[in-house]
Design a protein around this ligand. Sequence first.
Ligand SMILES: [Zn+2]
Length: 265
Amino acid sequence: MTESVPILMYHAVGENPSAATRRLSVAPRALDEQLAFLVRHGFTGMSFSDLAGAFETGDTLPERPVVLTFDDGYADFAECAWPILRSYGFPATVFVTSGWIADAGSHAAGAPLDRMLTWAQVRELAAAGIEIGAHSHSHPELDQLADAPLREELRLGRTLLEDCIGAPVRTLAYPFGYSTPRVRHAARAAGYRCAAAVRNIRASSSDDIFMLPRLTIRRSTDSSTFASIMTGGDKQIFRRDRLLTASWAAVRRSRRAGKRVLGHV
Ligand SMILES: [Zn+2]
């Protein structure tokens, strides 16, 4: 039987997130309660690339595997989330938008939604065992980009992080979760080995490791909802999210097709 694994997607973790990140953020106390639940119920944390690697090779998974991922690279990951994760001995993967880094300097790009990690913090987290993944350079909708800027987003997003941590970065999360076969092909060509989408379903070894689905954890995810997500109730809880994603994907596909037509005019 193919085992399905919850890969959780977090964003900011703080008491006072910016208005832009609030809905997708969680309070530190909520993260603490969620980790206590995972430990109490015998879940084993894995990094995103370890899970993708196990799916690829068919290696046996640990008991009740779960992956915690944190998108964008908010400063509060270092200040709030990391101390909580460390106290429970849980690994995590942080997908960092390289152009949003607080001291990105001449590489600054895009529009960060809140206070972001510094290069020193990213280095420190990597040294402490947090997996650092890429999340593009400026956080665009990758599926809407032409080939050359798409390649550049994927290249810069990886190489700047590698220069920072002094180790290969082979894991990617698509901004907004958006990818198409063209984007996934470009990610592979850019040197990534696996990538995270959203889709709000559990991941399994039959999935394409360049679009492993994740489950969205947000401020409205209370402890009973979290418990239900982790014990098989995710299908019902994320039903509405999945319907919205499907219809929005169709809109974006036609928008990109429209751009291509205009490009020929
Ligand atoms: Zn993002």
